[in-house]
Ligand binder design. Structure first.
Ligand code: PGA
Length: 232
């Protein structure tokens, strides 16, 4: 399975060095993608690691006069192989638009970095039965005009499940991922939102899930190890 670890804005320098030594001790058959903060990326770019490097964001432009942005080319120089795009926290707090998300995917693919595209509905959209419409819109706008579409990894993350401890029923996840796979039959699809070592066995019953995007639990190496052992 693909297990992507989204550290978000957590782990200062000392904490991260300690975290990395714990993480690197975990023996696992799964493909681990570690997405630390930008500043922690070079610290994680070490020999003999049990993970591949990911980033949490990228500039929608190439290099130039874009203060505060990090380009896909700069990520590539740091050995970054994957990059999260369109996380709901960025769509919400940074007001990231569908167009920007599409541009980011393009910039990543130009550098052979695999995008992990996050999609998912709000609680209100779910209650209004709009989940499928939302994910279709988010996928179609992101993949329009892209090359190598089958390489993009999708992460279905219902916004109401992120960091809340509430997860959808298995049949709900199955329905959404089946819809995603109707549009993108060859793409890998992850589930994300409040996964932990206690609910992972139940989630594993959804055979359509190709892996997980983990936030909170990515920071707790003991719980993470337990979760990995329980994954098929
Ligand atoms: P969570 O976050 O696992 O803490 O719910 C997941 C995410 O935001 O990617």
């Amino acid at each position: 399975m693909i297990i992507a670890l989204n550290n978000k804005s957590n782990l200062n320098k000392g904490e991260f060095i300690n975290y990395l030594s714990q993480l690197n001790k975990i023996a696992t058959k799964h493909k681990i993608i570690l997405c630390p903060t930008f500043l922690n990326i070079p610290r994680a770019n070490i020999e003999n690691k049990n993970y591949l490097l990911g980033a949490q964001n990228v500039s929608s432009n190439s290099s130039g006069a874009f203060t505060g942005e990090i380009s896909a080319e700069q990520l590539k120089e740091e050995n970054v192989k994957y990059c999260i795009v369109g996380h709901s926290e960025r769509r919400l707090f940074q007001k990231e638009s569908l167009e920007e998300i599409s541009s980011k995917i393009k910039k990543l693919q130009e550098q052979n970095i695999i995008p992990i595209l996050c999609i998912g509905e709000t609680k209100e959209e779910k209650e209004a039965n709009k989940t499928i419409d939302v994910i279709k819109r988010e996928i179609l706008s992101a993949i329009e005009d892209q090359k190598n579409i089958e390489e993009i990894i999708l992460a279905y993350e219902p916004i109401w499940a992120i960091g809340t401890g509430v997860i959808p029923k298995n049949e709900e996840i199955k329905k959404v991922i089946s819809e995603i796979k109707k549009i993108l039959p060859s793409n890998k699809v992850l589930y994300g939102g409040s996964c932990n070592e206690n609910n992972i066995e139940e989630l594993n019953k959804v055979t359509e899930i190709d892996g997980y995007l983990l936030g909170g639990i990515s920071l707790k190496t003991n719980s993470l190890q337990e979760l990995l052992l329980k994954c098929n």
